[in-house]
Design a protein around this ligand. Sequence first.
Ligand code: WTA
Length: 630
Amino acid sequence: MDGNVDVKRGERVVRPPPSPGEGSRLGDWETAYARYREDPEGFWAAVAGELEWFRPWDRVREWRHPYARWFVNGALNITHNCLDRHASGDHRNKVALIWRGEEEGDEQVLTYRQLHREVMRFANALKNLGVGKGDTVCIYMPLVPEQIVAMLACARIGAVHSIVFGGFGASALHARIRDAKAKIIVTADVGYRRGKRVALKTIVDEAVVNAPSVERIIVLRRTRPELELYSELEVDYEECMAAADAFCPPEVMDAEDPLFILYTSGTTGTPKGIVHTCGGYMVGAYYTSQYVFDMRENDVYWCTADPGWITGHSYIVYGPLAAGATVLITETVPDHPDPGVWWRIIEDFGVTIFYTAPTAIRMFMKFGEEWPKRSSLDSLRLIGSVGEPLNPEAFEWYYRVIGGSACPVLDTWWQTETGMHMITTLAGEPMKPGFAGRPIPGVAADVVDREGNPVQPGVGGLLVITEPWPAMMRAVHNNDERYRQYWTTVNGYYTAGDLAVKDEDGYIMVLGRADDIIIVAGHNLGTAEVESALVSHEAVAEAAVIGIPDALKGQAVKAFVILRLGHAPSEKLKSDLVYHVRMSIGPIAMPSAIEFVESLPKTRSGKIMRRVLKAQEMGIDPGDISTLEE
Ligand code: WTA
């Protein structure tokens, strides 16, 4: 890992022509960062003070390593800040959500007042089904306004939501329902993807077998004739809305009450349920939306993620709504009916801030410039990226073709665990292609060696956060040991699990994961989860998976499989295995290559050494193999 890394990639510095008055309102980075360093608590208190609290906090921060509390004894409800605050005043008729379906013309618009009312009604519907503060609700939905309504309704009454991305399969959903002990599942009959229906409810039916915590399933029925609901367990979304009262006061939440659980891939065993709390998360999501994205009154903001990922939680729902923005969401995929559809959406709705992933940018590069050129993208003023490294080629293309060489490109580094943006280049600051940038004001980050000493510029090391921040995760659900690991591996710092390198100006280039996580098209996959899916197939005795470079998806999954006696390698079996993984975890986890092998490299303690497989695959030095079993 350590050693010199070529930072020449970043030699080019891009300074976008700043349009008048549109640099970041934080001011220049040096001044804003110094202001934060002088008084970190004062800095965050000032941000929190821009929001409304039912009861002020006693202390900004309480840090008993590795456990933090922020805005101690403060009381709030995040939906009050996302909805009531705007719905009651001059903003009531401002558009909160614009939804665009797969078909052109398939649209829905909700003002702040309308969204507020929908949320209150669904909150009452949940209450009518016996959901209360502290109960867990699992949301497994397509990207429709009701998905966001369901999230906010949970937050309204203090229920903890656990959103599972609609692209996950039955066994992934099942594991998440069980771990979180979800009482209610909110789902839809179908989602639409490339003109085809994805039968979500059927997947739920399979996932709830052996999930005794589940009391009810609420189903949004989008197709006609309506899908039949069978047991008493199942209730119709519209019916329970119709039966519910319109007004629901916000539950008074302590700043440290949990807001949601979101599962992210772990390196071993089951996915980790990352727990975020109400107060600190709200402040972090609001601050970064307002000041990193630099939202203005007339912005139309579009983040292409799904609310099922942290990017959607923080930058479709909680952050932008707390900032009072107009948020565009869409069920469309980037290449259907053709690769011009997203650019037409930008033109049609006058999108000003656009936030997407490197995998999408690389896909558009492949389709060619002619597609974006067919639409006017002049409305854009800030474009962002998240999920994996934005390589310099992709940066240049994004900056020139999409941003018209006039928009800041914000390559934002952060994680499910961090809850909010941590490292990026603020609007108006010089950008370096290949580098995410410097820690934002409010965040203390560094690149260090295994002992925690800062490494020299140009030398690779571990990316760490050296001080707590408001939106940091508070726990890994039911697994304190794993939570503690984050803060105890390197010198008491928070270790992100990423490798990085810094340059002389303190700009950080993120190189990729240091552990067994594969990022496919921006989605985190734990090797363990894919391996256990493979092993659940009758023909498989043992499996190991690694990430291999993929021009489009960043990384792709390659699987090494040992067959059980009596099963012979064949092309047919390969496709069966791919299909099997698809059904159990979802399309993102599908191996793009499978190799049948006789044995796997293991340590003496029996751990599969994936880095040896990877080194073989890439023709590189596997590093220290002293623990390798013969
Ligand atoms: C990677 C997504 C390079 C990184 C918000 C991190 C990035 C993991 C970037 C978290 C970026 C995210 N540059 N790598 N701008 N953003 N990553 O939890 O490896 O889904 O640890 O959160 O994605 O993924 P997660």
